[in-house]
Design a binder for this molecule. Sequence first.
Ligand code: CGF
Length: 831
Amino acid sequence: MSTTTSKKLNVKTGMDTESIKADILSHLRYSLATDIETANKKEFYKSVVLSVMDRLHDSWLNTQKEYREKKTKKIYYISMEFLIGRLLDNALVNLNLEQEFRDACKDLGYDYEEIRDIENDAALGNGGLGRLAACFLDSMATLGLAGFGYGIKYDYGIFKQKIHDGYQIERPDDWLRFGTPWATTRPSVMYPVRFYGRSVPYTDEDGHLRFKWENTQHVYALANDIPMPGFRNGVVNNLRLWKATSPKSLDLTSFNQGEYINAVRDIELHENISRVLYPNDKIFVGQELRLKQEYFLVSSTLQDILREYKQQHDDLRDLPKYVAIQCNDTHPNLAVPDLMRILMDEEGFDWETSWDITVKTLSYTNHTVLPEALEKWPVSMLRNLLPRHLQIIYEINKRFINKVHEHFGDDVNRVRRMSIISEGEQPSVQMANLGIVGTHKVNGVAALHTDLIKKTIFRDFFEMYPERFTNKTNGITPRRWLKQCNKPLADLITSEIGDSWITHLSDLRKLDDKVNDKKFMKKYSDIKQQNKERLAAYVKENYGFELNTKAIFDIQIKRIHEYKRQLMLAIYAAAQYNYIKANPDAPVVPRTIIFAGKAAPGYAMAKMFIKLINSISDKINNDPDMEGKLQCFFLDNYSVTLAEQLIPAADVSEQISTAGMEASGTGNMKFALNGAVTIGTLDGANVEIKEEVGDENIIIFGLTVEGVEELRRSGYSSWEYYNADKALKQVIDQIRDGFFEPDHPSLFHTITNSLLDGNDYFLVLADYPAYAEAQKEVDALYSKPDEWFKVALYNTARVGKFSSDRTISDYATDIWGCEDQLNKGREYQGS
Ligand code: CGF
């Protein structure tokens, strides 16, 4: 199958090595004006990607055409974050062209791995929320759903983290410095996004009171499209990322010198909207630029959706039949008033009709119960920036409060809790409340989390609208998180049970039978060892550290946050150090503890944790008594690409959040799939992982959600725990007294104060004794390799539920009303 797509470039979209080579050479010459003799690696990488794009374009266009012709219901996933990482491997895996491209690179004198490593991660996200969105795009395409991502093309993604003298330093992530060959700019798809102005009442021809949003300022949103191929099914969906551009280009003749400079500066200001991703995870900061970004995303996306809709359908009242819009967290929840505004002010519908369409079309995902993460925009800011929207929000609230009265009677406190507008000194719009009232489905991201939101933060709403609440346990794409990142394991599995698991992850259950197959188990454990060695080589090359590959690789990678309790693992590392020092001849199971993760730049405590981990690491790694027994490292600049190296090499997965605080987690799923044993609390999706793998195959410790509540209620005193556990007390004293930082003995007082005088809100001390016991269980199990690898294999075999294909099928069925699109024969069935 080789068709000529562009005569000028003489590019052929053949699937064989020879035509791929021809295309790479052709792109070097005709797209990049260089040649194989003079090109550098970056240019070679670019022409490789352009050659991949050639092979995607036909399917990309055909997929869209098919959706149009069949009037397929479209799913729009709106998210401020898409943490897509690198795309080359993923595209080649999904196109089934890995070998051909490898061979082509080799024949042209390049090593594929080296070329792949040229690609900057598209790090347009903070963590779980953005990575989830990326996994969902992969699954929607793989399941053949007409699913489109909508986000922002930030010039700067999540900051680059450097460690200097043990401290986190942030550097801009200039990922677009040399452009990205994956994105196609579409000058024909550009929309004005309006801000400021005022809402002006008028009476229409039928005598109805209506409103116009006037005197606005605007910027343009310009579409940049990135193809999202499904796994070997010919489907290519689209991720549309908006870039802010100025309303008009400069007319040089009309400016004198001063005006010219000001005008250029204005362009800068407009374009600032898509300049940088906010690096805050789970903390609401409330800056106007962020609000602008959110509306910029919502407004451009809704304009795009409705323009497309109108090209295919006549009646906007059918919108919910053909369109489902999922808001990823509250960030896109301005879609509620914006869709209302468009339907009423621009399309002339009355309130009731507009409301009916809006609620039925939209749905919203909640990702956290942490109150500090919930968005509350000051009314004053909205009044200035989006006056018409604020007016609509007030009207929504008025009508809603009437309903609350009808439903619950005159319960003033309840009304206050449920109101979309909070009262107080600075009244604000509670975006979660707006999302619940203005959409037809609200979902949590793990069973426990969904139960919690029903019982706690959204309890009143659940009592009023029980049918709106639903659980959709998160998932991960098996393509990236097994097939791609752990090729040796993927190949072994395929050789044993075939490759249907790639799209039907539950088929991995067939591996259950292999636990008694010695030959297989040998191969399985060898692969873990190989992966550890691969990681060691990577860490040596990139960080200069020497990992002990005979040790347990014990890994905690995630954002640095007090509730995730990196501190607990750091205390454990220090306690092990003390133990080895005090018992130099005692046998120990060697451990290599690895941390990675970024702290929000303004989160002082999290940044102090990083420094502490580095100080403890220095102490351990520089002490000859620890050799062969204990190591501890903090790897800087955690990214999707680094995760792809770390996860396949992990023996132990640290999932140790305070129960009730981690909504789901998705790293926990990736580790388990790759055969790491979880040490964790009964929090988030750990609960469901335990159900799937079996109690014997996961190491659970510590307080449950109820235990946490009970302990807090009955009067927790961290001092008691401190005094009761000698090893724990010793470490806390050392941290407090400067043992790990002799030149600045009081450096870590903020940490020890929060643990003791601050009464340890995250219950590190309360859980520590159980954690230390659980770590002993890890040691004991690891000392019996046969047992260990059985447990590991049960993890690989039994976590099929956590495929994002399952998650997306659940959304399609229960929220988006497009289950008919599933299993349309487009999906890959395995060879
Ligand atoms: O979303 C998170 C993640 N850290 O971004 N929250 N947010 N926002 C949760 O904390 C995780 O538990 C969850 O897995 C993830 C995706 O739903």
